[in-house]
Design a binder for this molecule. Sequence first.
Ligand code: SAM
Length: 229
Amino acid sequence: MDGMLYIVPTPIGNLEDITLRALKILRQCNVIACENIKHSLKLLSYFNISKTLIHYCSYNEYSQSNKIIALLRNGQHVALISNAGTPAISDPGYVLIKKVIENNMTFEVLPGVSAFVTALVGSGLPLKSFIFCGFLKRQNSKVKKELYKLKLLDKTIIIYESSHRIVKTILLCKEIFGDDTLICVARELTKKFEEFIRGTIDQVIDVIQKKRSLLGEFVILIYNCGEKV
Ligand code: SAM
């Protein structure tokens, strides 16, 4: 009989956010596929879990997916984790999930942490309808094109961003959405220096520019009423 693939979310900061079910699966599976072995070893050793680990990252998703399918065919139970949050959400995982489905195999997705859900709920922006964009494209012209398309939607827009691009991206949002658009920057969620900076784009830029350093991980949320076309 085939083994089972489990997609297992892990904390985005606070280790207490791991679920009991996630711990059970990580303890019971035969193999854990992880994005970064060194990073995951820290998490697993914190919970006293010692397993065979294999590397599954964006560079080897195709070849490692085949290897994982072979393990599953061999009756091995495999858990997939990423560095933080839910695998396949702006993280490796999609290729494997697709292959498992194509091979008519079964898999289970454990519910758990994802930075964008925590950020959205804490943002104070409308929750009824939203769009998760993950990381924006890198090239300036492509980002602008992407933001102009988003401007047409009547939704809260969610974007993942790194510390070295956060100011640049917010300034681009100001250019495209306008100074008075409501925005929230959620930083270091579930960690010691967690903060939500809320206000108009101009107010948020003001707060950010007064800070001496702007380190950590960020989610940008923009409430856009949609532009009539
Ligand atoms: N799989 C993850 C999830 O489910 O949220 C996302 C992984 S993606 C490679 C990393 C990005 O997620 C960061 O650059 C940041 O935008 C966001 N992120 C992850 N952890 C975060 C945190 N603690 N606070 C704010 N944003 C976070």
